[in-house]
Every structure is written in C-alpha cells, then in structure tokens.
Ligand binder design. Sequence first.
Ligand SMILES: [Zn+2]
Length: 412
Amino acid sequence: MKSITIAESLVNGDRLNQSIASLASIGQLPNGGVKRIAYSKEDLEARKLIQRWMMELEMEITIDTAGNIIGKYAGNNPIASAIATGSHIDTVPCGGHYDGAYGVFAGLEVVRVLKENQIQLDRPIEVIVFTDEEGSMIGSKAISGRVVGDPEYYRRPDGTDIQTCLATIGGNWNKIDLARRNPQDISAFVELHVEQGPVLESMSKQIGVVEGIVGQRRFNITVKGSANHAGTTPMSMRCDALVAASQVVLAVNQIGNTPGQQVATVGKMEVLPNAANVVPGWVEMSLDIRDLSSLHIDSLLKQLRIHLEEIAVATNTQIRLNPCLHNEPALAEPYIQKAIASCCEELDLSYTYLPSRASHDAQEMAEICDMGMIFVPSTLGVSHDATEYTSPEQCTQGANILLQTLIRLGKI
Ligand SMILES: [Zn+2]
C-alpha cells in the first residue's frame, strides 16, 4: 500500500452531504421527513441508487439471501478477512435524513476517497446495507445466524409475509441460513451513526466513541388489587391497584436515578376498570431497563423486587414482574475504541466515550466479529423525526474518523 498523505485521507464533505440529501429525496414527506419503510417502493428505489453508486465505484456487489446489499472494495491481500462498515437505509414512518443513511454513505465515501487516490488497504472493505433495521433487523440477524425460524414472526404490520418481502429485494427466505457469515470472513465491523440522543451535544463533543450497545430487559408488571365502589369503600378498606402502581412507577424511576449509566422507564399503563367511580382493581404496565452491564441490570432488578414487595404489603395488593424481552449488551472491542479515539486526537476532534442506548445492526455483527461504533451529535438529541439534524460539518467529521479508523484496521 502506498503511504497516505493527510489530504488524501480526508473525505469530500460536499459530496458526502449531497449524497445524503439525494437519498432523502426518495420517500420525502411534506414536513421534510422521510418515509422509506423496508420493502416499500421507496426502499426499492433507494436500494437501486445505492447499487448504482457501488457499481460506479467498481465494488463487487452481492445481495445475500436476507436481501442485505454488500459492496466489496478489494484489498491487497486476497486471503485477508474484510473490514466491514455500513448501516441501513430504511426509516421509521416519519424519519429523518441521517439515521442509517449517514453510515451507508460515509462508508461509500471512504471507498471513493481510497479509489480516487488509488489506495488499497491490506484488507478488503465491505460496505453493508442491512435489511429492515427499523423493523425486524432481519438483515443483520441473518448475518449473525440469529434469525427466528418461524416466518410468522416476521409478518409485516400490513399482513405481508416475509417470503414475499425478501423476494421483492432479491433475498430468499427458504435459504436465509446462507446469509450467515463466518467469523473468518470479517475481522471487524465499524458502524458510523448519528447519536440519536443529547449527550454529545450537551457535552460539546464532536465525536462519540461507543463503548457498546446496552442490554435491554423488558417486563410486564401486573398489580392486582380489588375493584370496588369509589363512594362506599372507606379509604382504610381499599386495595387500590393504581395507588400501588403509582408507587411502582416511582420505585422504577428511583432505580434509574441511582449512580450509574442505566435508564429505567415505565412507558405504558393500563388501568381496569378505568372508571371515575370505581377503585382500580387491576393495573398492567411496562418496565424497560437498559445498561451496558448485564450484572448491573441484575442487581438493579434485585433492588426493585425488594421495593415491589414492600409496596405490595403496604397497599394490600399483589405485584408480579413477568419478563418479555432480554437482550444482552454488545460491547465494542477496546482496540477499536482506542483506534477511534486516537483518530480523533490526530484530526484534533473532541470526543467522549459513551454507551449506545438504541439498538443498531452493530450489535448483531458483534456476534461474529469485533465491533466498534462512532457517533456524531444529533441536534437537540432528536431522531426518528422529521427534525432530525446533524450539520454537514459534523457529518464530514464523523466520516473522516470512519475513514481513518478503517485505514488503521485495514492494515495487517
Ligand atoms: Zn439507525
């Protein structure tokens, strides 16, 4: 590999930001947001555009059986495992311009810079566009080999089956196992993404070095009291499920506010019979708790259970915690975090370490290879909304860090 000068190792910010803007025009909503749901006609159009750009870069393009688009830029060593990057181009029903798309275009921009400077790394670079990140994450789950076997699990909200969906984008449900990658294929995966939260902006940092993607547990909490007449039942003789539930909400909030980086939320609640003149007899609510350490989540839950028992006794109710989701944390490799941090130092960009509290395809990639993530600030911490914004300068800075990091990881 010829040695790379600083000028050669910077991305073309205008070109990168133009490409983000041109993708945002596919599925553009009147309010400035973007609707590009996986498998929709907008998604298909966007996928075509990406493939055209990959072709212009003379990348070797594969559509795997999960519909992931994989563009490969050759390396000097034909037997070396690849360095992979990428993200997704599908959006939520009213998404912004940057979530996902940014990571894909930054990956393509990295390849453009290398190609126009006639540079090949030792390792090939793969830019992966993962299928349906916002819905099922079936693309990255197929690569990690963790697809659920029952196709019904993947039926779309509009009733369409997964077989049809995958066929539309060049995939094949019956052969989805073939999308699984061997750990020997890819040595590391680095995803560049907007933070989708307020931390970087509030700390005035330009780059986030992601420590990992938090583990997430979700529970359904039920509180059983007894419904009775709101007029005739004296206060001292009530088993008010909502009074107990209110204390549960406070207990969850208190657990979330103990020292640490965890978050804990009750986001959903149902009250029965939900009538103005009846003492509530039954409450069901959600609990969502996330942290980078599974052990820490365990210990918080242990504390919470003790609280719940006390509340149940004090309110004369029965409180149960029923698990419904358990995702283990996916930690970023320390050597990749270090590489990202030292690239920030070299390019004189301020940075901080932080966890990702949102899910990303990177968490699935961590199952088969070393993983790292780079964040850039999200204005006001907003994402999954038309007002999602990261400035062109910030996008360029993040892409430069991606380029530098991949150059480092691409050396053998
Ligand atoms: Zn995303």
